[in-house]
Design a protein around this ligand. Sequence first.
Ligand code: FAD
Length: 457
Amino acid sequence: MDSIERDVVIVGAGASGLTAATQLKKAGLSVAVLEARDRVGGRLWTNDIDGATLEIGGQWVSPDQDALIETLDELGLETYSRYREGINIYLGENGARRTFEGEIFPVAPATEKEIVGLIERLDALVAEIDPDRPWEHPQAKELDEISFRRWLETQTDDEEARLNIGMFIAGAMLTKPAHAFSALQALLMAASAGSFSNLVDADFILDKRVKGGLQQVPLLLAERLGDDVHLNAPVRTLRWDESGAGESGVTAIADGVEVRARFAILAVPPVLISRISYDPPLPRRQQQLHQHLSMGFVIKVHAVYETPFWREQGYSGTAFSPYELVHEAYDNSYHGDPRGTLVGFVSDEEADEVFRLSPEERKARILESLSHYYGVEALSPVVYYESDWGSEEWTRGAYAASFDMGGLARYGSDLRAPVGPIHFSCSDMAGKGYQHVDGAIRVGRETAAAIVAAVQP
Ligand code: FAD
C-alpha cells in the first residue's frame, strides 16, 4: 500500500472533484485525487461504440452555464451547435402526429392556454426561489409537502397540459415520476436554469456540444494534475479528526493507496457518501440526510443511421410526447461524422419496465417508439447503444440525485455543510447548474475556495 501526504485529498475524479483539485493546486496546496474507476469523468464519458463516437453521459452546454463556459475557454475547447433546422414533431394521445416550430406543442387551443398559464405561474414562482437556498422561500415547507403531480392537479384540470409540464421536470430532468418529488424540488430544478421557460426551451438548455465530447473537460483537467490523480482507487474508509485543525485531519484509505491530508473533499454523488466507512462515524445529521436523496433513472439511447434521413424530410430531429416510451428525442449527430444520430430518452418507470425485457425486445420497443416520430427508417440504425448508468457501481442512476418528499426543506441547508475537515462537492448539491456540469464546476470552485480561506492565516 502506497502512503502519501497531501494538504487535501479529493475523493472522485468527476468534473467537480477535478475542478476543486485544480483550484487548490493553483492556490499552492498539494492534492491527491482518488478515483474508483479506471477512467476520470464520472458521469461524463465519451466512448467509441462500433465506430461511432457517442457521449454516454452529459453532453449539452447552455448559454447561462458560465462556469462551464469559462472552463471550456480555459481548456481551449470548442463547441458546436446542436442541429435544429426544420420542423419538430409532437405525438398527442393515441399517436396523433403533429408538427410544430418554437417551444409550445401543437395541442388544442384550450390546452395551449393552460400550458401557457402554467408556464407563467411557474416562472413567477421560480423567480421567488434562490436556487442556492430554496428552503428559505416563505412557502418552502408547504411546497415541499406536496408532490409536483398533485401541485399540477391543483392548478389545472387539463390532463394533457399537466402531462406536458410534468414531463419537462419529471421525465426530462429529475428522471423520477412526478408523484415522487415535491413542488419545491421542481422549482429548484427550474430556478437552477434561471427560469422554467429556459428549461422548456430546448434551443436554450440543449444549445451546444463540445468538439471531442464533454468528457474532454475532466480528461484535460486530469492531464494537468498528472500523477496527483490515482485511478482504480475506490476509497473504502475515511478516518478523520474531529478537531479538523491538526496537520493530519483525515486519512483516506483506498485500494492500493492511503492519503493523509489536512482536508478531504468528497466529490461523489451524495447517494455514494454512505458507501464509505467513517471513523468516527459522520454526525447524526449527515447519516440521516444522505438517506433522503436518491438518483433518478433514465436510459439515454443512441441510434446512428447511414444518413440523417429526417433532415432530408425537413425535420429538425426534435420530437416530444408525454405518451411515448421515448418521451423526447433530438438530432445528436456527432461533429464531423457524416452519418445521422438520434438520441432519445426513456425515463423512470418506463426505464424500469423496458429493463425487464431481453436486450432484443428492449431495442425493438425503443426503436418502434422512435419510428412513431420519424417513420420506419428509424427502425434500422447501423449503431445502437443504450446507456446503463443504473448498473454502474460508482454512479447508480442518471442523471443525478434529488431529495424525497419533504427532504429539501428539512435537510437541504446541511447538504454541503462541512463536517470538521470533510467537505462535500458535487453537481447534485449545486444551486445554479444543479444536476449539470456547470453546477459540478461551481461547487468544486466554492469548496476549494472555502478550504483555501480556512488555511490562510
Ligand atoms: P460524478 O461525475 O458522478 O463524479 C463522481 C466521481 O466519484 C466518479 O468518477 C466516481 O467514479 C467517483 N467515486 C464515487 N465513489 C467513489 C469512492 N468511494 N472512491 C473514489 N471515487 C469514487 N449535465 C450537463 O451539464 N449536460 C448534459 O447534457 C447532461 N446530460 C447527462 C446525461 C446522462 C446520461 C447523465 C448520467 C448525466 C448528464 N448530465 C448532464 C449530468 C452531468 O453529467 C453531471 O451532473 C456531472 O457530470 C456530475 O459531475 P460530478 O463531478 O459532480 O459527479
